[in-house]
Write a protein that binds this ligand. Structure first.
Ligand code: AMP
Length: 124
């Protein structure tokens, strides 16, 4: 990733409390909240509190404590949402080809219905 982090992206504004979210979990380094446009009965986003655009800068710049906290939060969210028994999907869109809309790292945890196989076909 070469572009600088935009401190006015929507998730940065949520972290600063400038816009509301439906919080699910908050830890020292991570925040989880319901997606505003759910694509399944359960659709929760987990973000690091630090200013990371995607996996590239998160895994090169974040501390071990931040990385561990984040991945433990992803697992905890799935347990809190009672998705473990039925199964769920964890995904993160990073960059242009993945159609990342919000330029602050986020993992989607989706579940509550059969999610089909993993990838749809490209549009073109
Ligand atoms: P992505 O394409 O992976 O960048 O997805 C961004 C996600 O952020 C989408 O699923 C949106 O519905 C979600 N989103 C955008 N704005 C908000 C918001 N204010 N609160 C919660 N979720 C949001």
């Amino acid at each position: 990733m070469t572009q600088p982090y935009d401190p006015n992206n929507v998730f940065a504004r949520i972290l600063r409390g400038e816009i509301p979210c439906r919080k699910v979990l908050e830890t020292e380094h991570s925040l989880a909240f319901h997606d505003i446009g759910p694509q399944a009965p359960t659709h929760i986003l987990i973000i690091p509190k630090g200013a990371y655009i995607g996996m590239d800068d998160f895994t090169t710049k974040a501390s071990d404590a931040e990385v561990a906290d984040f991945f433990r939060a992803v697992g905890e969210v799935a347990r809190m949402a009672e998705l473990v028994e039925t199964g769920y999907r964890v995904l993160s869109n990073c960059g242009r080809n993945a159609h990342q809309e919000v330029q602050h790292l986020h993992y989607h945890v989706v579940g509550g219905r059969d999610l089909g196989r993993m990838l749809g076909k490209p549009r073109d």
